[in-house]
Design a protein around this ligand. Structure first.
Ligand SMILES: C[S@@+](CC[C@H](N)C(=O)[O-])C[C@H]1O[C@@H](n2cnc3c(N)ncnc32)[C@H](O)[C@@H]1O
Length: 294
């Protein structure tokens, strides 16, 4: 058991009813389950700061994320009242503010997995880039060109800072805006598209297909409801395949993976696709609705 978990068990004496703890740089984020008393989490926060030298600030994350930037409400528990920190992953360094941009250390394995799939000659379109983690790790490890888009001005600011910190200015192109608009600009030029925002990926599939040069690769992230007795992989194909089949007449599923569980019976998953023939019908200007689950 990790030291973090041991301290949590010692202080709270309960079995995970308080939620989960993520550590981003020197900031610990305690996921508070609905209605769990804050005073108890403050005790935990003080203990974490006292016993873990790497942790300088502890915040509670309130349940749920808010569209469109996927930010969470934070409540201070202990230590410094600071939310900006330096976070390291796979030999790269990221300055992030956990209040202003979406950062989840549990995606670390997925960042590396995707980077390993990329070839150096590829042009990659990261539609929902946040502070640039996928984009920068891909550029740093593979030297590929990445168009890295986010609609949140704070995420864009941190992305620019992180591109400089990791010296990939010649590889990563930061873009502030809606990925839908950028897909018109990239039309037919991307070898690989990343859609790491499950709430919006189905809605934006046409834009991703528009940006691709065929054959091309697509990583479609989804939130799926996993039925009783069902495997996440089956649930993903049940939800994702009809979407792809409705737009592509020739494609191959190269992989299906569980990325993380996000709630009781709800999983974030990804389908890796090689697409050979698709007929996107993007309709810019139509108000889109964010879809939570398929
Ligand atoms: C899940 S986060 C990205 C996390 C990031 N890929 C990582 O691994 O750290 C999704 C991001 O999509 C951005 N976003 C939401 N709607 C968007 C849109 N229409 N176009 C571009 N970015 C968008 C949000 O601001 C948010 O930063």
């Amino acid at each position: 058991m990790s030291l973090l978990k041991r301290i949590a068990r010692e202080v709270l004496g309960e079995d995970d009813v308080w939620g989960r703890i993520d550590v981003v740089g020197d900031v610990a984020l305690v996921h508070r389950k609905f209605g769990y008393p804050l005073e108890k989490l403050e005790l935990l926060g003080r203990e974490l700061v006292k016993r873990m030298p790497g942790i300088r600030a502890v915040w509670a994350i309130e349940p749920g994320t808010k569209p469109p930037y996927r930010l969470r409400d934070l409540v201070h528990l202990a230590g410094e009242r600071r939310t900006e920190t330096v976070y390291r992953e796979h030999g790269c360094e990221f300055l992030v503010d956990v209040r202003k941009v979406f950062v989840v250390p549990r995606l670390s394995g997925e960042h590396l997995r995707i980077a390993e799939l990329v070839e150096p000659w590829e042009t990659v379109f990261n539609m929902f880039a946040g502070a640039g983690l996928f984009s920068i790790i891909i550029a740093k490890r593979k030297g590929a060109k990445v168009y890295s888009v986010d609609i949140n001005p704070d995420a864009y600011w941190y992305m620019i800072e992180n591109i400089k910190r990791n010296k990939v200015e010649d590889k990563v192109v930061p873009i502030l805006g809606d990925a839908a608009w950028v897909s018109y600009w990239l039309k037919g030029s991307a070898d690989r598209v990343l859609m790491p925002l499950p709430e919006l990926a189905p809605e934006y599939l046409d834009y991703a297909l528009l940006s691709l040069r065929y054959p091309g690769r697509l990583h479609l992230y989804l939130h799926v409801l996993v039925r009783r007795g069902e495997r996440p992989k089956t649930a993903t194909l049940r939800a994702g395949l009809p979407l792809v089949e409705s737009k592509c007449s020739s494609f191959e599923v190269e992989g299906v993976r569980l990325v993380r569980t996000v709630g009781p019976r709800v999983a974030q998953t990804v389908i890796d696709l090689k697409l050979s023939k698709c007929s996107p019908s993007p309709r810019l200007g139509k108000p889109h609705q964010q879809r939570e689950f398929l």
